[in-house]
Design a protein around this ligand. Structure first.
Ligand SMILES: Nc1ncnc2c1ncn2[C@@H]1O[C@H](COP(=O)(O)OP(=O)(O)OP(=O)(O)O)[C@@H](O)[C@H]1O
Ligand SMILES: [Mg+2]
Length: 315
């Protein structure tokens, strides 16, 4: 079982409209509402790969209930801990050509609720082969939350994969996750690279490798930096690699990073060697860009991209 943790879960609501008129009433043709948040996307991808995922995190109020109901409908195991405040919604207004998002601020978590979650997490680790920690921290959860959870996981012998940004990432790596998966901007921000190089280290050059090495020194076992259509660069104890998709895919890049994380978790559990693991991650995430909804991927496209993905050793 792979445990995915989403502390700042959401109900992703989409209004499908023929067009938007501001300062007027708009009729909504269709409403979709699904459990969302990065760890939920990871769990959906794992499930589609035929692996067992358990979703945990914090959920509360009527919106939290709606999230639980949608997880159940999707056949995903729910080990969410309850909070008093209502879970946030994200609202996307999609008119066929464009999408506009409205992100609610999210609940405030009490200290007792956070402690309760940490206790439940320790118990969930006993059945887990790997744990994925994804996304932002809600108000009230301490900035070193991911470090705490990574240490608990390490103590239980469960490898952790961390996908976060800002403080949650820089503090989180101190807990020694097996893998961290920043994108180029997140890596630059975490290592001060943007200031040093005049921009994020997108190209997979020396600045990017130096930034990744820095995150490893800060505590990460391996760093897999995702570079959008340029693929990934991995810096691990075993070596350094770059993997590129066969083509630039047009589609929906939201959740592509979650597909990378799902592939890395699957590869970690299976003991897949780094080059194949990275090729899987690049092909799966390209196939996720190809699919219109976050947390889904196109299986035929995955197989096709997997054949064309190139991995190169950088040492
Ligand atoms: N246009 C694209 N064509 C092919 N592959 C892509 C494209 N965009 C993204 N990918 C794949 O998806 C991976 C993750 O994308 P990206 O680096 O944008 O992640 P991210 O910013 O963390 O995304 P998110 O957090 O929204 O899930 C890339 O490493 C790459 O393998
Ligand atoms: Mg991301």
């Amino acid at each position: 079982v792979i445990l995915t943790v989403t502390l700042n879960l959401a109900l992703d609501v989409t209004y499908h409209v023929p067009g938007v008129a501001w300062r007027a009433a708009n009729r909504v043709a269709r409403v979709d509402a699904h459990a969302g948040g990065k760890g939920v996307n990871v769990a959906r991808v794992l499930q589609a790969l035929g692996l067992e995922a358990v979703v945990t995190g914090l959920a509360g109020g009527p919106t939290g209930e709606a999230v639980r109901a949608d997880l159940a409908a999707a056949g995903l195991s729910d080990a969410l801990a309850g909070i008093a405040a209502d879970t946030r919604r994200t609202l996307t207004v999609a008119d066929g050509a464009d999408a506009t998002g409205f992100w609610e601020p999210g609940p405030r978590v009490t200290e007792a609720e956070w402690r309760g979650f940490a206790g439940a997490f320790a118990a969930l680790l006993r059945g887990a082969e790997a744990v994925v920690l994804s996304g932002s921290l809600p108000d009230g959860v301490p900035p070193d939350a991911y470090a705490t959870l990574c240490r608990d996981a390490a103590a239980a012998g469960v490898p952790a994969i961390l996908d976060a940004s800002g403080d949650a990432l820089t503090r989180g790596v101190e807990g020694g996750p097996a893998i961290v998966k920043p994108n180029a901007d997140e890596l630059a921000e975490a290592t001060g690279g943007a200031a040093a190089t005049g921009g994020p280290p997108r190209t997979g050059g020396a600045a990017l490798l130096a930034a990744a090495a820095r995150l490893r020194r800060a505590g990460a076992g391996a760093v897999v930096a995702s570079l959008g259509s340029a693929g990934v660069v991995a810096v691990a104890g075993e070596g350094r690699w770059r993997a590129r998709p066969p083509e630039e895919v047009r589609g929906n890049p939201t959740g592509a990073g979650d597909a990378v994380v799902a592939a890395l978790a699957a590869g970690l559990v299976a003991g897949t060697p780094w080059p194949e693991r990275l090729a899987d991650a690049v092909a799966l995430s390209a196939a996720a860009v190809h699919a219109p909804v976050a947390g889904r991927f196109d299986a035929a496209a995955y197989a096709r991209y997997r054949t064309g993905t190139r991995v190169e050793r950088l040492d």
